[in-house]
Write a new protein. Structure first.
Length: 153
């Protein structure tokens, strides 16, 4: 796995990797990619990390998804490889998304560690009470919005 600065001013890194067929489907690439992403965000000050792959290799996209990256688009006839000119797919993640995912994992770990039962209800984001157009069962419902730079457990 390699990482290089794609745009120094924008604090963007590009990651590339190649793994032998004998090691496919064992989770090595996605686990390593996750660690490299963490290192680049936490220790090197990057704000965006991106990766590209040949559109005919969707397994690479799954690796990127497992590492928290999201699909951004397909660039037609952008890459030249041993098959000729091919389409290239772009996945990326932002530091703010990475930190949000990390915080969410920490919250679930804390709830499990403390044996606190919970029910997860997912809905579209709302920013005011007037935007709520769904019902939540229960007699009392509270909203809790947290914003901060440090999570302390």
């Amino acid at each position: 796995m390699s990482a290089s600065v794609a745009d120094q001013a924008a604090k963007t890194a590009e990651i590339g990797y190649c793994i032998g067929q004998n090691w496919w489907n064992n989770g090595y690439a996605s686990e390593t990619l996750s660690k490299v992403i963490a290192f680049l965000f936490e220790k090197n000050g990057f704000e965006r990390i991106e990766a590209f792959y040949d559109a005919d290799n969707p397994a690479s996209g799954k690796v990127m998804q497992k590492a928290g990256m999201v699909y951004e688009g397909t660039l037609r006839q952008r890459l030249v490889n041993n098959r000729g000119i091919v389409d290239e797919v772009c996945y990326a993640t932002l530091k703010k998304d990475y930190l949000s995912q990390k915080a969410e994992k920490q919250i679930y770990q804390f709830l499990k560690k403390m044996s606190i039962p919970y029910e997860l209800l997912q809905h579209k984001p709302v920013y005011t009470v007037s935007e709520i157009d769904f019902d939540v069962s229960g007699s009392k419902v509270k909203n809790l919005f947290l914003k901060g730079k440090k999570i302390i457990f």
